[in-house]
Design a binder for this molecule. Structure first.
Ligand SMILES: Cc1cc2nc3c(=O)[nH]c(=O)nc-3n(C[C@H](O)[C@H](O)[C@H](O)COP(=O)(O)O)c2cc1C
Length: 212
């Protein structure tokens, strides 16, 4: 389903439609993403909920030579032959959402949160909310991209996180959620991954009312 961006005569898609049509995109066209459209997706990251309203999220946006440098570092040319998703490298924009766990500790050390005991260190957090908020930011960007007619994929950095941070001057406290590839879907469409081939695991049997 193609969802039109705001403007024009097509009415905006409802949230239900955007949720239903969103799937990860791993095959991109080379067409650039206009700044205004990119801005809408990036700003969506900051509309998600954040524990304690902490400002613990920032984005690194890579385009052009910076995007090429990212791929040279994480998928050097000699390893590309066997890569299952060559169309992913065409995505004109890579967005890396970074979270600062220390910002959450500092926020929860303030008067109104100190009673939680979470303001002492990151190890006090049974649920590290920086990952929760980072996931919400990613979902907001995925939905914004879909509603704007763009494709997107969140993929892991795995053991490249430190090298990527060093290459782009990201400082010590910041942790990467992953990398979000963003762009126009390739005209051939989206090839589902092995993970998605069996369809989405639906809600049947996974919603428990009253007792588990
Ligand atoms: C935290 C997270 C990490 C993911 N990492 C990868 C990845 O490294 N490579 C990849 O191709 N897809 C990755 N995915 C995409 C999932 O495979 C995909 O979301 C899942 O198969 C469901 O498909 P859909 O999002 O298209 O509905 C990741 C998704 C999430 C939420």
């Amino acid at each position: 389903m193609t969802l039109a961006a705001g403007g024009g005569s097509t009415p905006p898609a409802s949230l239900a439609e955007v949720l239903a049509s969103r799937r990860m995109c791993r095959d991109f066209a080379d067409d650039p993403v206009p700044q205004e459209q990119l801005g809408r997706v990036l700003h969506a990251a900051f509309r998600g909920p954040a524990a304690g309203n902490t400002a613990g999220l920032e984005l690194l946006v890579l385009t052009g030579e910076d995007r090429d440098a990212y791929w040279a570092l994480t998928l050097p040319p000699q390893r590309r032959d066997g890569f299952a998703w060559p169309g992913l490298l065409h995505a004109p924009v890579l967005v890396i959402p970074y979270v600062d766990p220390g910002a959450y500790v500092r926020r929860y050390a303030l008067d109104d949160k100190a009673g939680s005991g979470l303001g002492t260190s990151t190890s006090a957090w049974t649920v590290p909310y920086w990952w929760v908020d980072g996931g919400a930011a990613v979902m907001a960007m995925l939905l914004a991209a879909e509603s704007d007619g763009l494709g997107a994929l969140l993929f892991g950095q795995f053991d490249h996180e430190a090298a990527v941070a060093e290459r782009f001057g990201v400082g010590e406290p910041w942790r990467a959620i992953g990398t979000l590839a963003l762009g126009h879907p390739a005209r051939g469409g989206r090839r589902p991954s092995r993970s998605a081939r069996d369809g989405r695991p639906g809600p049947a049997g996974r919603i428990h009312h009253g007792t588990w």
